[in-house]
Design a protein around this ligand. Structure first.
Ligand SMILES: O=C(O)[C@H](O)[C@@H](O)[C@@H](O)[C@H](O)CO
Ligand SMILES: [Mg+2]
Length: 382
């Protein structure tokens, strides 16, 4: 079997799909994207396609190494996202050729269902109580939200009180009938992280995510020493070679590699295994589309330390298309009390509606996150 075609489709709301075709009629799908840099990743996918055209798609490990090492420069958000989507498509092809879901190729199920969580509130964490009430009607009981709005490197008591009051209101409304993680989203600098973690401690969130920016990872162990709240990170780390420093330094209780940013199934499976050796939980990051989620679930169902799966149903980013709009087997992604069952179909387990994707790709937005500024006019982390 040989790879004959690599086609990319940028589609609303901010996703991109890659379709890899072969000379035997089997095609695989992936979702290579960095939110806000879809065109850049698209170019990277086609630059990498030169290495895989005409090659045997079954040799995933070799193609991965060629794409990672063959071009001298390596790593980072763009290249690892491009490799991720191609890798996902290659695993999709392999499963389809062999007639089994990818998780069967990785040793079979370690669990019968996977717990997911949903985003509530938006860029500015608002309407959280109403959002939670709506989602609880669908049986969802685990959530994530932004912890703050813009926050200065050193900010004042009012900003801290606003963040705390929001979380206090959730516990007051729902007690421990629901659980939630708080995403600091990189908006909190090291000086304020310790302050906020202390003030949030009494509300016992499941985790605090990106307590500081990934480039400040050396603070993770110090922050972990200052709080009992499990700290989570990983969406802005792109390979084993970045995660290994976090494992060695400690401080992170939950790693959140993104299957569409960190080299795909091949790389994230290794990251999951490394994390387990350090008694670190796995909660793949996935605010993206259906192929990214399907790839996450393949890892979740073979990883003992997988605890939670992010999924984007109803997320504030999905303007113009919802999670399953481009999928012809949405029933396989049904949530039961927030849990999702193993995807039954061969490969990644997601059947893509290519006609709908082609039509949508004709008006793909160039989504970018908003540029925030502090009152003094300086750039604020979004
Ligand atoms: O935890 C999450 O889902 C992420 O922080 C998410 O909000 C961002 O990755 C966003 O997609 C970037 O455009
Ligand atoms: Mg996040």
């Amino acid at each position: 079997m040989k790879i004959t075609e690599v086609t990319t489709y940028r589609v609303p709301p901010r996703w991109m799909f890659v379709k890899i075709e072969t000379d035997e009629g089997v095609a695989g799908w992936g979702e290579p994207v960095i939110e806000g840099k879809a065109r850049t990743v698209e170019t990277a996918v086609h630059e990498l396609a030169v290495y895989i055209m005409g090659q045997d798609p079954s040799r995933i490990n070799d193609l991965w190494q060629v794409m990672y090492r063959g071009g001298f420069y390596r790593g980072g958000a763009i290249l690892m996202s491009a490799i991720a989507g191609i890798d996902q498509a290659l695993w999709d092809i392999k499963g389809k050729v062999l007639g089994v879901p990818v998780y069967q190729l990785l040793g079979g199920l370690v669990r019968d269902r996977m717990k997911t969580y949903s985003w509530v509130g938006g860029d500015r964490p608002g309407d959280i109580i109403a959002n939670i009430n709506t989602m609880r009607e669908a049986g969802i009981d685990t959530f994530k939200m932004n912890g703050t709005e813009e926050l200065r490197i050193v900010d004042n008591a009012r900003a801290v009180d606003a963040a705390v009051a929001r979380i206090a209101g959730i516990r007051e409304a729902f007690g421990t009938d629901i659980e939630f993680g708080i995403d600091f989203h990189g908006r909190v600098a090291a000086p304020m992280a310790k302050v906020l973690l202390r003030e949030l401690e009494p509300f016992r969130p499941l985790f605090v995510e990106e307590p500081v920016l990934a480039e400040q990872a050396e603070y993770y162990p110090r922050l972990a020493d200052s709080t009992s709240i499990p700290l989570a990170a990983g969406e802005r780390m792109f390979s084993r070679f970045e995660f290994k420093h976090v494992f060695e330094r400690g401080g992170i209780a939950i790693v959140q590699p993104d299957l569409s940013h960190a080299g795909g199934i091949t790389e994230c499976l290794r990251i999951a295994g490394m994390a387990e050796a350090y008694d670190i939980a796995l909660a793949p990051h996935c605010p993206l589309g259906p192929v990214a989620l399907a790839a996450c679930l393949q890892i979740d169902f073979v990883s003992h330390n997988a605890v939670l799966q992010e999924q984007s149903m109803g997320i504030h980013y999905n303007k113009g298309a919802e999670l399953l709009d481009y999928v012809t087997n949405p029933e396989d992604f049904r949530l039961e009390q927030g849990y999702i069952a193993p995807l039954p179909k061969p490969g990644l387990g997601v059947d893509m509606d290519e006609d709908r994707i082609i039509a949508a790709s004709r008006h793909a937005p160039d989504w970018r996150n908003p540029l925030w500024r502090h009152p003094d006019g300086s750039v604020a982390e979004w």
